[in-house]
Design a protein around this ligand. Sequence first.
Ligand code: NAD
Ligand code: DAU
Length: 350
Amino acid sequence: MKKSILITGGAGFIGSHVVKLFVEKYPNYQIVNLDALTYAGNLENLREIEGASNYKFVKADIQDSKSLEKIFNTYQISDVIHLAAESHVDRSITDPLAFVMTNVIGTVNLLNVAKAAWKENYHDHLFYHVSTDEVYGSLHDDSYFLETTAYDPQSPYSASKASSDHFVRAYANTYKMRTVVSNCSNNYGPNHFPEKLIPLCINNIKNNKPLPIYGKGENVRDWLYVKDHARAIDTVFHKGKAGETYNIGGFNEWKNIDIVRLLCKKMDEKLGREPGTSEQLITFVKDRAGHDLRYAIDATKIQKELGWEPSLQFEEGIEITIDWYLANEEWLKNVTTGAYQDYYEQHYTS
Ligand code: NAD
Ligand code: DAU
């Protein structure tokens, strides 16, 4: 059977890299990108492949089961790679319910529609759920998150992702659906929405604006280049064992303050500023409520069992990322002014 893969959230940061990888690498697959085009969804991310014959875009909300049924029917969806989500922790603190609606209700909707469309004959079908390391909680020692680490989500965002992970596994256990879950660490790279730490700082350094560091900047994240995450998703989709969970990480831990200092140093060089100029923009601000101290993924399982590992060193990845933002001023301007949202309003509301 020819694969017709529904990728949800394919206009977002990670989703757009996954869609591009699959459309280019697998000309025999039909790739259907479903995205609601919230503030985080941007079709400009997909310009390189928008005319490809094996690619379709559908604007739809995963909370809307009627639309999902129609999409499964029209495109005879064989597999799902589910990335659509509300993804920003700070937004989850101000509006938790939006995260429940999309991340929990939306995921259960999608599971239900897939279950009905595949008529409980799951042999040729896979439901792949893309999740986060944040479900494991906050580390206060030098240990790592394993696939067996107990869930301990601390923010409304991670609680909603944890809930969706539980539902996916419950559908595997109860209905024998073929599912797989991966939990990844912090991604960085091109097309990252500038509300998140790295693109926000690149944008602010460029525009000589303050760099807000929450608390003392001591919190630690494990950073992975986004295209390496997309490669990992390809690997798990094709080689992963149904029913399993795979942790994905960069083996690359950084304190926030050190990342921001590195960005300042590199941007000074690239913008021809005196060394130390951009560091003066660093501003310590009130800490994020319930701020998780450290995330650290042990990615040994995917490395040993499926043969995936990161391809880029962080120094190389961050250079590529800064260069991309400096070369794509228009993209940055559009997403920061909301011009692209106005465009969608005109095109997709009829
Ligand atoms: P993002 O916010 O950049 O993109 C999310 C996409 O989902 C957007 O295109 C948005 O329009 C779409 N979307 C939101 N609500 C929707 C709805 N109700 N129906 C349909 N589409 C909807 O997010 P991202 O950073 O690319 O993350 C993608 C996935 O990967 C998420 O599930 C996230 O939890 C997970 N993840 C992200 C990271 C990271 O560092 N960014 C790390 C690990 C896991
Ligand atoms: O770990 C995976 C997760 O990484 C994903 O599941 C989330 O979708 C993704 O948004 C990301 O979550 P974080 O909260 O770690 O990412 P963020 O870029 O928002 O923040 C990174 C760190 O930087 C965190 O410790 C908070 C801090 N921070 C963030 C911002 C936006 C600041 O100090 N200042 C800021 O302005």
